[in-house]
Ligand binder design. Sequence first.
Ligand code: GL5
Length: 833
Amino acid sequence: VEASIPEQLREAWRKHSASEFTSKEQFEKELVRHIETTLARSLYNCDDNAAYSGTALAFRDRLIIEWNRTQQRQTFNDQKRVYYLSLEFLMGRALDNAMLNVGQKEAARDGLKDLGFRIEDVISQEHDAALGNGGLGRLAACFLDSLATLNYPAWGYGLRYRYGIFKQEIIDGYQVEIPDYWLDNNPWEFPRHDVTVDIQFYGTVRKTQDQNGKVQHLWENGEIVQAVAYDVPIPGYGTKTTNNLRLWSSKASTGEFDFQKFNAGDYESAVADQQRAETISAVLYPNDNLERGKELRLKQQYFWCAASLFDIVRRFKKTKRAWSEFPDQVAIQLNDTHPTLAIVEMQRILVDIEDLEWDEAWRIVTKTFGYTNHTVLPEALEKWSVPLMQNLLPRHLQIIYEINLFFLQYVERNFPNDRDLLTRVSIIEESHPKMVRMAYLAIIGSHKVNGVAELHSDLLKTTLFKDFVEIYGPDRFTNVTNGVTPRRWLHQANPELSALIAKKLGGHEFLTDLTLLDKLEAFVDDKEFRTEWAAIKSRNKVRLAQLIKETTGYTVNPDALFDVQVKRIHEYKRQQLNIFGVIHRYLTIKGMSAEEKKKVVPRVSIFGGKAAPGYWMAKTIIHLINKVADVVNKDPDVGDLLKVIFIPDYNVSKAEVICPASDISEHISTAGTEGSGTSNMKFVLNGGLIIGTCDGANIEITREISEQNIFLFGNLAEDVEELRHRHFYGEFQLDPQLAKVFDAIKSNMFGDAAHFSALTASIEEHGDYYLVSDDFNSYIAAHAVVDQEFQNQKEWIAKSIASVARMGFFSTDRVINEYADSIWNVEPLAVKD
Ligand code: GL5
């Protein structure tokens, strides 16, 4: 390509090619230029918000220069790329991350100061990009950071929602949802009006034959919606690689259809079409670990899969390679079953459009795709009704039936006369209406299926996907334990701790090789180091206390033990267990003499998290937490010994303040229910200890940091089924301490008990599915140990340091390298200076 452009031309381009600022002076020049020209502001009317926009634009210029070079490098190099398909990318803020990743934060800090601004105030102007619900979306964001940092040629593909996850307000103790319109003033996206794809829905399939008598399927008469690409640059840390996150936005197609209506004077209906088309990418579904089967959601999924695949195929076709080479050039990872239609769409492209034979096409498809499962919760497993799919995607349904037919024939050959097996593994569930089981389709269409923590992957193999292990053998199934990016979750969120570690280890190399943290273990007994370590934790707690004051009005004592549970509100995550524990503590303190109270370790119980708007029980839990806070926080009998806080609108930028400030955090899901959890890793990485069940990645965290450094409690996954069975047959006795808590609630101590009766009844009367009562006693006991150990600060800090030292395994750099080696077979593309 390069050779085809005359040298003279190339020279002219090179001469004027954009360059990056590398000093404070140059940064200031760029900043002022953007403020004065791009934003049309001046010295006299530049507030923090304009300073933010100017700074963001200056950094955006830098990113885009490297972004362009990275894309060119990857195109010229023409090696295998990885495509990460995710309906959620929970990115949070971009500016601080960009500053740190390109290594110019100090230049920006000094430059902003010269011009009259505090960098912290500027950074906090940014609106979170909250295109995700929780762990699954944040994992995708951490993956992008690691992919770029490790120089992998990688793209993320997602949807450009106009509304991200809702903003949460707490009014009278209740969650209220406010739409999150985040796109005004977003400098981080580049609209690509030249990159569009027409996406078809509905219509009919006509069967014909070509000249050679080959059967063809023509999908006709549908409705067309246009996908427009918006690109978001993703800078790696300490590298020039800047990858691309491509988000699709929907709009009405500018085809004939519109013109017909326009010509017929049907303006209103043309506008209505426009709005209907835009609805597809309008809103992120706010359910975490729950699928509702809404048609618009299926439309979103197909829209995004079809646009992304068209783009990937277009890029591949430019290389003029044979189709058989597709899997050598392209790896596509499915983040959960949400993008499973991509498998069907790929088969459709190859068979219907590119005219490949079915078997050859299917070989290409299965070699290309990998599928990650994130949960075993039955309510989260996607199934789509056959009639719905028939109507929306008639050709795709045919292809699904065909895939199923070949698959079942294969099973029948290998397991003759096992009709039950065929029924169990069929992609089509024989219910009314019939349903398409997306997880099964994803397994059948992929060469690797992975879970996200060891226990989770084992459970997949022994329960949910057991039959498929029989059919395909164990090699198709693997584990890749999750991680977090240490750039955002240590360096950015906890700059003081990062600096202290760097001072001890002689540099920041641990940020790109987290296993280097193990060298900290040598300093566990270093008194001065321990003192500095503790002081940083204290300052981080003061910072959190300020956030609490600003968001709730409550004043908390930063010397108290900070006990944090922040994550989506869900019965399986058991915030109810936590708040019942808090009530138990409250009642205990109320019953104490003045002498006894002197021995109590003061505690602040901090909660945060959103409930899905339709998830009534989760909303009841939020309500209870807030009502308990109302009572406890103003009870003079208790004073500073106990405070209860619900931080509203928990999001990524608040997590960056919260994670560095915990003494302990809670990861207390019923054993066997949490896929992995990732905030557990963030808290330990920031020197907080954790209390948890033997669930998800808690188990591997324990293995790494040792049992001495974690407070484990509760029943094991292997015992859960038996306990539920017993409850079902009436063998249930409410834990006596929990009974006292329920009595207090029922006495209207926290307001009208009727508000909470569903919650207590789910335990007392309806089988206690999440084993709250079964685990209550050991939970309370574990907290007693926490209190006791917290009093020995020397030991506590030693545990904190030792734990951080052993967290090297939980970097997404390790995770991405595992995917690259064992699933994608892609290599990094080294960057020469
Ligand atoms: C989740 C699981 O529930 C988490 O345990 C897991 O850590 C995460 C990332 O693998 O995926 N699945 C899911 O739908 N959300 C999750 O957090 O939102």
